[in-house]
Every structure is written in structure tokens, then in C-alpha cells.
Design a protein around this ligand. Structure first.
Ligand code: ZN
Length: 209
């Protein structure tokens, strides 16, 4: 099922309830700032205001980001709400959410800093669990398979998230791969998903030399 099929059959209010009920833990406040930067880049300043208005209407006002320090932890549900609300407000498709996830690391100070220290794909892959832990208080990433010969790797994410976030994370993980894999042909696919009854989300990244 695509995101649009899910959202067509449900209201934003209902999806928000689900998101807040099941999304556990906290995330760095910087994530919300990055989401806002992505939305502004994609939909303009007016677009961002539309999202903020809608968030307020739904009882989750986030106007002043200055009240958070970037490394402070906020509910992950709050950050994920920004992506869900934007999806509804702009009638985004999977492609748009993926694009948002794919551009998000570019705005992240933490990622830019980390990328300077990461030298190889294998290193990034091995550091993925630690990277998750630094950003999130709940869930974990498992660096499951790295096959240099066949040119693919598998990451597993043990953390329930709303289906819009599965698409977002796919875009996000791909960007990290794109930073370090020299090949122009890098692709990602979510091959397992907690929203489809699997015990984790599984992302397969493969590349051509
Ligand atoms: Zn998933």
C-alpha cells in the first residue's frame, strides 16, 4: 500500500492519534529544525507556516525553535508529526516524503560533522547503530549485512514508526549512502516493515560500481 492509499482512507487526526500512541522515545530537537528547513526548501516559507498552523490546530504548536537547544531531546512523536502533517497539507506522495528524507541530512550539523570523520562505507555502516543511539532514546539500528563483493548492505530498524517515516528513513539512509558510495547508482528498498507485521523495518541498499 502506498502512503496515499493509507491517507485517503484515514483522516489526519486519526493518523496523528496513531502516531502519538505508538511512537516511543525522544529525539534531538535539531531534527525538528531540520524538518522545517526541508519543508521551507521544498514548499517555501508560506508552506512552512501552513504546516505550523496545522500543527497548532492539532494541539502540537511548534513556533519558536529557539526555546529548544539543538541537542535537547523532544518526543519523537512531535518530530514525526511534522512529516505527517506536511504530507497531508501538501498532498505529498511517497516520492515527496522520500525526497524530504533524502535532503534532510544536508541540513544536519551533526551529520555534516560525522561525515568528515567517516572515511569508508564500511565504517559508516558499522557506526549506524551508534548514530541512531546518539539521536534517539528508543529503538535501535542493527548493521546486519555488508557484502562488498555483491555490493549491498542491510540495515534493520527496531522502532515502530508511522508509515510516512518508513519512507522518510529510506530517503535519509540513502543520502548517507550517497555521501560515501562513489557510484552514481545507489538505491534503497524497504524489504521488511513493522507496519506489515515484520519484527523490524529492513532496508536494503545496493550500488553499482
Ligand atoms: Zn517500515
Amino acid at each position: 500500500m502506498t502512503i496515499n492509499q493509507i491517507l485517503e482512507n484515514s483522516s489526519l487526526r486519526k493518523e496523528m492519534e496513531k502516531l502519538w500512541k505508538f511512537t516511543k522515545g525522544k529525539v534531538r530537537a535539531e531534527t525538528i529544525k531540520n524538518h522545517f528547513q526541508c519543508i521551507e526548501a521544498m514548499e517555501g516559507k508560506e508552506g512552512l507556516i501552513k504546516v505550523q498552523n496545522k500543527l497548532e490546530e492539532l494541539g502540537h504548536p511548534i513556533r519558536d525553535l529557539k526555546k529548544f537547544s539543538p541537542l535537547e531531546f523532544v518526543p519523537t512523536a512531535l518530530a514525526d508529526s511534522v512529516v505527517l502533517v506536511a504530507t497531508y497539507v501538501f498532498h505529498w506522495t511517497d516520492r515527496d516524503i522520500f525526497q524530504m528524507g533524502n535532503s534532510a541530512p544536508k541540513f544536519s550539523f551533526i551529520v555534516r560533522l560525522l561525515m568528515k570523520t567517516f572515511l569508508s562505507l564500511r565504517k559508516v555502516f558499522e557506526e549506524a547503530p551508534k548514530y541512531w543511539q546518539e539521536h534517539f532514546t528508543e529503538g535501535r539500528v542493527e548493521a546486519a549485512v555488508f557484502n562488498a563483493k555483491e555490493k549491498y548492505l542491510i540495515l534493520r530498524l527496531y522502532h515502530w514508526c508511522h508509515p510516512v517515516m518508513c519512507v522518510f528513513y529510506a530517503g535519509y539512509f540513502l543520502r548517507i549512502g550517497q555521501y560515501v558510495i562513489r557510484s552514481k547508482n545507489v538505491a534503497i528498498k524497504e524489504t521488511k516493515c513493522m507496519n506489515r507485521g515484520d519484527p523490524y523495518h529492513e532496508f536494503l541498499i545496493h550500488w553499482e560500481s
